[in-house]
Design a protein. Structure first.
Length: 170
């Protein structure tokens, strides 16, 4: 199998190379992967971002691993069904919110990991619990807020394990 593409999708008011993406890029590098962070800052609508990600994925038939935070988690999940996606790594994903077109996700990869904070005041943790239950996704709920800034070490460890599982096809 060719080396998969690893693509980061940032959140609504974030930038491509923020604290979480830089941290995860270092983890990816340690297992021989390079992460590409798409820039969605010019697009405020979540489904315009989905369209951009789908176009990026269509540029190559190389399998991809998608990662995203908040709106970026939604974007990765909504785009996943039309491409060769090996896994989804989602941080406080913005699921089931008004103004987002997709509320029923289908065609998702088997390997999905979700990390969400109990104290998230932007996206209710119950949304990730619902999604994980529907898709039998691995779910980690941590004592943190929406930015997950107190959980970076744990997120890095889980990401490393996730990448190994994804590349092994387990």
């Amino acid at each position: 199998m060719p080396t998969p593409r690893l693509i980061w999708c940032h959140g609504s008011l974030s930038q491509p190379w923020g604290t979480k993406s830089r941290h995860l890029a270092k983890v990816a590098e340690s297992v021989g992967l390079t992460m590409d962070a798409l820039d969605f800052q010019d697009l405020s609508a979540p489904d315009d971002r989905v369209t951009r990600l789908k176009a990026t994925l269509a540029e190559s038939d190389t399998p991809a691993i998608l990662c995203g935070s908040s709106m970026g988690g939604y974007v990765a999940s909504a785009a996943a069904k039309e491409s060769n996606i090996l896994g989804l790594f989602l941080l406080a994903p913005a699921f089931y919110l008004s103004g987002y077109a997709t509320h029923v996700f289908s065609g998702l990869p088997r390997t999905i990991s979700v990390i969400h904070g109990w104290n998230d005041d932007v996206v209710p943790v119950d949304n990730s619990i619902r999604f994980a239950g529907q898709h039998r996704a691995e779910l980690h709920v941590v004592p943190d807020g929406h930015r997950l800034s107190n959980s970076l070490d744990m997120i890095g460890r889980e990401f490393s394990r996730f990448l190994e599982l994804t590349q092994d096809g387990k």
